[in-house]
Ligand binder design. Structure first.
Ligand SMILES: [Zn+2]
Length: 185
């Protein structure tokens, strides 16, 4: 278990692949036994997360890495449920935001991803969203969706991209900072 102290308000607990070790970010002054109590209170969840992680095969580490990167350690029922939830959220978010941004994706794929919350290929108009967002407060899905839609107007994260994001979602930098506290499981 790795505890890192940071100038933050809340505590964040992560179960890290590939071996399922715990990483904790805690506020600077939080007492150690408060941290331990928190970890104990999340024990069932931690056990479930650790069970999900595929053991590393030392003979073929790249194979394991790839499976992790594709999120194939998700049980099929979790994937199906997350897709249903996210599709329902998108049915409301997408019409509203494509109208605001003035661009629509040619396709949206929803799948577990290990390293990013979303991506966009402006050339093909295709957007991918991390299914993990289905389990998180909807403001994060909204932020990632607006971010990727904005790439259909501005590639990269330069001045034009930032200007558009501030116009669409004035609080986007706060959302981005908040999202950075989560780790993709
Ligand atoms: Zn981007």
């Amino acid at each position: 278990m790795l505890v890192t102290r940071k100038p933050i308000k809340n505590m964040y607990l992560r179960v890290k692949p590939p071996d399922g070790h715990l990483e904790i970010s805690a506020p600077l002054r939080m007492r150690t036994n408060t941290i331990e109590k928190f970890v104990d209170s999340r024990r069932t969840w931690i056990d479930q997360m650790q069970e999900r992680m595929v053991p590393v095969n030392p003979l073929n580490p790249s194979d394991t890495q790839e499976r992790h990167s594709l999120g194939d350690n998700w049980p099929p029922e979790r994937r199906a449920e997350a897709k249903i939830r996210m599709t329902a959220q998108l049915s409301e978010l997408l019409p509203r935001w494509t109208a605001t941004v003035g661009r629509a994706p040619t396709a949206i794929s929803l799948r577990p991803m290990k390293t990013r919350w979303g991506s966009c290929t402006p050339r093909t108009g295709r957007i991918r969203l991390n299914l993990e967002l289905a389990d998180m407060p909807e403001r994060f899905l909204e932020y990632v969706l607006v971010h990727e839609l904005t790439h259909l107007r501005a590639s990269g994260h330069g001045t034009e991209f930032q200007r558009l994001m501030s116009q669409y979602l004035p609080q986007w930098k706060t959302l981005r900072a908040e999202l950075n506290h989560y780790v993709i499981l």
